[in-house]
Design a protein. Structure first.
Length: 102
């Protein structure tokens, strides 16, 4: 656990490609992976660009890109802003982890 902050979520990938990879068992990385996959799916389903979401959510476009790519640990504030802008749950959906493992 001591290295969690020094390793990006995608650094926990054992095989495959983020966000659909097998991870090393780190629960926080699994949550970040599920958030990334859900966010990507919502953007694709609604045909939204990073620029559009960035403006609507008031979140830096690069930050959104980094969350999608597993480069950063998404903050609660960023997730809340994205959920508000997209009018859909991204992280607070209780079925999120079981949905992504299916």
């Amino acid at each position: 656990m001591g290295t969690r902050r020094t390793r990006a979520p995608r650094d926990h990938v054992v095989s495959g490609h983020w966000p659909h990879a097998r991870l090393d068992g780190d629960h926080a990385a699994a949550v970040a992976q599920a958030v990334s996959a859900r966010l990507a799916r919502v953007l694709a389903e609604h045909g939204l660009s990073l620029n559009t979401v960035s403006k609507t959510a008031a979140v830096n476009r690069q930050t959104i890109s980094n969350v999608l790519d597993g480069r950063v640990w998404p903050t609660i504030a960023v997730l809340a802003d994205l959920e508000r802008a997209l009018d859909t749950p991204i992280a607070l959906d209780p079925s999120l982890l079981s949905e992504e493992k299916a």
